[in-house]
Design a protein around this ligand. Structure first.
Ligand code: C2E
Ligand code: MG
Ligand code: MG
Length: 438
């Protein structure tokens, strides 16, 4: 029996809150940006980042994201003019469009008013919490009126604002390197997801003890029609900052599981590792999405490992713990990626239900030349084994490193030495050739 094809709107599924309001705001921005351009008028976009929103949510007993956001939007509304529009782009970001301004300083004044409005403790059902918001500002005509580029610039300014005492930052052209890179790509990415233009490549992992390939990591690839290949970290960054990371994760999971299902019918059953971004981890629907994809393609959960970077686990430990426990409940395995670069404490490692530590390739690269790196790799392997976890070394490029890792008792290796990440068909052929029928 053929596996079902994913629903036609598979790539379109969005998990962010207030989707309708958000779409309406983006249409409003579109219209007003065109007006500003035609009339040489003035417009501003403010991007408000609600830092510590998790603390606030912890105090709420209702549907957390929706309640938190409505409290925040209620606070912001009186700080704005009637013609201004606002909507949540995600659980942690609110976008405000200020059309037809008379003077650029009005945008800064509005930002300061918004910051003040959110400065007072927010109380709900007996608990109180204080947000530490910051605001990125971009103005037209100082910046081009292209809506996608405006949002990217506001996002760059928002990140800079997070480091400033005053809590806001007006985008300057010299901040633009990143925005230029992103220019227009977010719109293209949404289209690419819908048009199935993205691809997943697979990089095999080998068991060091006996040299048998046992798994593969799925790595996202996007060849942009005019800009060429875009780095996966950029793709993920765009998807996170524009609120479409949920759709992207859904797409990748389904693509990988479709392949797993097809290989399974040919008797080939590698374990597949899929990367999850930090933002996906706060999406409360994630475990259902995973479960649904496993069901759709009839892939045993034990054949799937979800990779979470160490840095995305720090922050709200209780919330991370709750999410990892729910994910683990679906039957998949969990891995901590880029281990050694973050700050996870031993206490977390003991509590979190993980199965694998992936040693960052930075340390693997220096294994034979840098004593410090050697000690770190040694410690991570020992740490993994003390907690009954697998240790995986990534970025293995030469034979001497592989031999040393094997001698050190590392469980698995992945890297160019074995194979580059391969397109789906080539990967299947590689696996068939090396492993054959199970
Ligand atoms: P990662 O998960 O740590 O993936 C390993 C990266 O190391 C990959 O880069 C891989 O191509 C590269 N690599 C593998 N072997 C070697 C080697 O021997 N030498 C060197 N120098 N590099 C090697 P890539 O594909 O560019 O991916 C970069 C990062 O983007 C990934 O790091 C992962 O964090 C993220 N990423 C990739 N695909 C996805 C995805 O579907 N979803 C999410 N959320 N993130 C993804
Ligand atoms: Mg990874
Ligand atoms: Mg890694």
């Amino acid at each position: 029996m053929n596996p079902p094809t994913p629903p036609a709107d598979a790539g379109l599924r969005a998990q962010s809150p207030g989707e309708g309001a958000r779409d309406e705001l983006l249409r409003f921005l579109d219209r007003e940006a065109a007006v500003a351009q035609a009339t040489q008028g003035r417009l501003a976009v403010l991007l408000v980042e609600l830092r510590r929103v998790d603390r606030l949510q912890a105090l709420l007993k209702g549907p957390p994201a929706a309640v938190t956001l409505s409290l925040v939007l209620e606070r912001l509304r009186p700080a704005l003019r009637p013609e201004d529009r606002l909507a949540a782009l995600s659980e942690e970001q609110v976008c405000i469009v200020l059309p037809r301004l008379a003077h650029p300083t009005q945008a800064v004044l509005a930002a300061v008013k918004c910051l003040r409005a959110l400065d007072r403790p927010i109380a709900h059902e007996g608990g109180t919490a204080v947000l530490r918001p910051c605001v990125g500002i971009v103005t037209v005509p100082e910046h081009s009126p292209d809506p996608a580029s405006l949002l990217m610039a506001a996002d760059v300014a928002r990140r800079i604002a997070g480091t400033r005492e005053e809590g806001y930052h007006v985008f300057q052209s010299e901040d633009s390197v990143e925005a230029e890179v992103y220019h227009g790509l977010d719109i293209d990415l949404q289209r690419a997801i819908r048009a199935n233009e993205l691809e997943v490549h697979y990089q095999p992992q080998l068991r060091l003890a006996d040299g048998v390939p046992v798994a593969a990591e799925a790595l996202l690839r996007w060849r942009h029609p005019t800009s060429g290949p875009i780095a996966p970290s950029t793709v993920v960054g765009i998807a996170e900052s524009t609120g479409i990371i949920g759709s992207l994760t859904f797409w990748v999971l389904n693509a990988v599981l479709r392949n797993a299902s097809q290989m399974g019918r040919e008797g080939l059953r590698p374990r597949f590792s899929v990367n999850l971004s930090a933002r996906t981890l706060v999406d409360s629907e994630l475990p259902e999405i995973v479960e649904q994809a496993l069901g759709t393609w009839s892939v045993p959960p034990a054949q799937v490992t979800l990779e979470i970077t160490e840095s995305s686990m720090v922050g709200d430990a209780d919330r991370t713990m709750a999410m990892l426990t729910r994910l683990k409940g679906t039957g998949v395995e969990l891995s901590i990626d880029d281990f050694g670069t973050g700050y996870s404490s031993l206490a977390y490692l003991k509590r979190f239900p993980v199965d694998e530590l992936k040693i960052d390739r930075l340390f693997v690269a220096g294994l034979l030349t840098d004593r410090g790196d050697h000690q770190i790799v040694r410690s991570v392997i020992d740490l993994a084994h003390n907690f009954d976890l697998r240790a995986v070394a990534e970025g293995v490029e030469d034979e001497a490193v592989r031999a040393e890792l094997k001698a050190m008792g590392c469980d698995l290796m992945q890297g160019f030495l074995l194979s580059r990440p391969l397109p789906e068909r080539e990967f299947r052929a590689w696996w068939q050739d090396r492993v054959g029928r199970a």
